[in-house]
Design a protein around this ligand. Sequence first.
Ligand code: 2HG
Ligand code: ZN
Length: 462
Amino acid sequence: MSDPRLASLSAALPDLRLKTEAAELEFYGRDWTRRWTPAPLAIALPGTLAEVQAVMAWAHANDIAVVPSGGRTGLSGGAVAARGELVLSLERMNKVIDFDRVDRLMTVQAGMALEAVHNAAAEHGLIYPVDFAARGSCSIGGNIATNAGGIRVIRYGNTREWIAGLTVVTASGELLQLNRGLVKNSSGYDLRQLMIASEGTLGVIVEATLKLTDPPPPTNVMLLALPSFDVLMEVFAAFRERLQLEAFEFFTDLAIKHTTAHGAVNPFAEVYPYYVVTEYAAGDEVAEAAAMAAFEFCAEQGWVLDGVISASVEQAQQIWRLREGITEAVARYTPYKNDVAVRISRMPAFLARCQELIGGAYPHFEVVWFGHIGDGNLHINVLKPEGMGQDEFVAQCEQVTKLLAQVLTEFDGSISAEHGIGLVKKAYLGSTRGAVEIAMMQAVKRALDPKGLLNPGKVFDA
Ligand code: 2HG
Ligand code: ZN
């Protein structure tokens, strides 16, 4: 055992799985940001709720900081352990605990992968509708800790909407049962909602009771080619007026260049400047006709240049790969990411300002634009040029993010739409939240974690 402090943990919990090998510390100490050098004290992998409580009680008694850990697919450094923290991985706690057909609720352990949650819901003929590309690797606990969004928010909302109850272990190892699956509960503060998006700074989410719903009617996927950024919101409005949208996503020619280089197939013979992937209910002739009408209307206006409708599930998946594959396709350029949001109605003006700012600031960098345009959520990935040092690159990008943060304040937007603040956006929290609000959040943190041991330094410095 490398660190003498761990001896007392092993003595107290002889059955606890603990990892201390260098490769394991490296693996569990980082997330997808790859910006910080992992340096955890050790990795604890509890198998039961009681073990999680005991680990937290031990950490509390010994003043050891703890980083709760799921699939570590986060993009904001929220799950990074670079300062000698104990990583508390929930990966072994990955089972369905309960399903109730009348309540339409499924209780799962936090370490379950999102895709496994989807599959478990499907076994009961229902869906858990939150979905995004990292579904195979991310964990439901991490989704809740960041209030994950994704590609179906336009139809179903964020993770927050789908959580009917949480079991949480506090900083000192006590157990909280929050909301217990109730639909109605006006009995004071909703601590369940406080835990959602708290990024592991207020408690360790160990179990979650998820709401399930009916599967959507059959859907089709349409890929559209657009001539310019300016018509994007017009196309969105035209489609939303005529169709029940399940998703409405946008990306650029640069994005498609990278995803096709990574194995995705572009069904168009030409390369166009902008693209939309939309999925919509298409169960009958009326819906099919509405989809065609939306397309033809946009084509007549000159807002779309070309389009393809999926004719099979495989083709729908192929189209989705063009959008969902972007993060993976650009990962080798260690992108600097911004994940910003404004009200949907302000999107056109905001996009114009962003294009002006980003286009002017990075003429020497490749910038990949994409996002959940129907949610007012834009992803901006600046790709690190080959040969440029990581620190120099990040320093240049941070200068522009400062300006972007000012624009966001002007637009009443958010510096993080769905990825969280973590370490990456900590310096910009003030662009989105007022000073009084941040002081109150810090007070909440102190009340729930007086020793400041839960994921310290993430979101803000307490
Ligand atoms: C997505 O929408 C994810 O695909 C990742 O939120 C975004 O890589 C990104 O910047
Ligand atoms: Zn996204």
